[in-house]
Design a protein. Structure first.
Length: 253
C-alpha cells in the first residue's frame, strides 16, 4: 500500500487537558486523555505524531509546558508540536522537553522575526510551516491564520513560497473544508503547493481511509497526515485509535 519513504502521520488536537477532533475547524468531539492515547499509539509503531494545541493561539496562551513534557516522556516515536509559539525561548523549551519539531502557522503573519530567528537557531529540520486553506466564494482558495478565522492577503502559492523562504524544513498544507470529513484529500491543492516549493509537503485534511491516503502521495506529498481516520471507526464515528499495521503498509494497492 505504501512505500517505505511515505510517512503516515496522525494529527492530534489538544484542547485544554484532553484531545478532541473537529469537523471543518468546529464542533469538537472529545477523544480522551492524550497520555493514554500516546500509549496506544506506542504499540502501533507510528512514524510520527503532530500535536496541535487549538486553544493556545486562539486564546493567546503559552504552551502547556508541563503537560507537553509528560506527553513526550510517554512517546516512543517522534513528536511535533504547534500552538501559541511566538518566542524563541518557548520553541527551544518545547524541543528540550522531548519534541523533535515545532509547527508554526499564525506566527508567519504576526511574528515573522521570531520565525526567522527560530529557523536559524533551531535549524530547518526542526521547523514545519503550516498552512490552513479553504475555498472562498468566487475567489479560489485562500490562506487563513488564527485558527482559520482570519485571511492573509497572499495567495496559496505566494504564501507557500513565503513560508519556504523563512527557512522551514517542511510545509504542512491543511484543507479546512475537508477537516474531519473523511471525503478525500484535495489533490489539486496538494499538487499546487508541492509543485511550487522545493521543501517536502505534508498533506492533511480529508483522509477517508488508510488506502485513501495514497492519492496524497500521487499528488506530490512526501507525507500523508490526518485526524479522523486515526480516531474514528464506522459510520457512527465511534472513537477507536487505529493506525495501518506493518502488513497493510507493505501490501499492494
Amino acid at each position: 500500500m505504501f512505500e517505505d519513504r511515505q510517512r503516515i502521520i496522525p494529527v492530534l488536537l489538544l484542547d485544554g487537558e484532553g484531545l478532541v477532533k473537529t469537523r471543518k475547524f468546529a464542533n469538537p468531539t472529545y477523544l480522551g486523555d492524550p497520555i493514554n492515547t500516546v500509549r496506544i499509539f506506542n504499540e502501533m509503531e507510528v512514524d510520527e505524531i503532530v500535536l496541535l494545541d487549538i486553544r493556545a493561539t486562539r486564546d493567546r496562551q503559552p504552551p502547556q509546558f508541563d503537560r507537553l513534557r509528560s506527553i513526550a516522556e510517554e512517546a516512543l516515536f517522534p513528536l511535533a508540536y504547534g500552538g501559541g509559539l511566538t518566542r524563541i525561548e518557548d520553541a527551544a523549551r518545547i524541543i528540550e522537553s522531548g519534541f523533535e519539531r515545532v509547527v508554526i502557522n499564525t506566527a508567519f503573519d504576526t511574528h515573522p522575526d521570531f520565525v526567522r530567528s527560530m529557523c536559524s537557531e533551531l535549524g530547518a529540520s526542526t521547523v514545519v510551516g503550516s498552512m490552513d486553506v479553504r475555498p472562498r466564494l468566487m475567489r479560489g482558495p485562500g490562506v487563513f491564520v488564527s485558527g482559520g478565522r482570519r485571511a492573509v492577503s497572499s495567495g496559496v502559492v505566494d504564501w507557500a513560497r513565503r513560508i519556504e523562504d523563512f527557512g522551514v524544513g517542511e510545509i504542512m498544507i491543511n484543507a479546512m473544508d475537508r477537516d474531519g470529513e473523511m471525503t478525500g484529500y484535495d489533490t489539486d491543492l496538494i499538487a499546487l503547493v508541492a509543485s511550487s516549493v522545493s521543501v517536502p509537503v505534508i498533506a492533511c485534511g480529508g483522509a477517508p481511509s488508510f488506502s485513501g491516503m495514497q492519492p496524497a502521495f500521487e499528488a506530490g506529498a512526501s507525507a500523508a497526515a490526518g485526524g479522523a481516520v486515526f480516531v474514528f471507526k464506522g459510520k457512527h464515528r465511534g472513537v477507536l485509535i487505529q493506525y495501518p499495521h506493518a502488513t497493510e503498509r507493505e501490501g499492494e494497492n
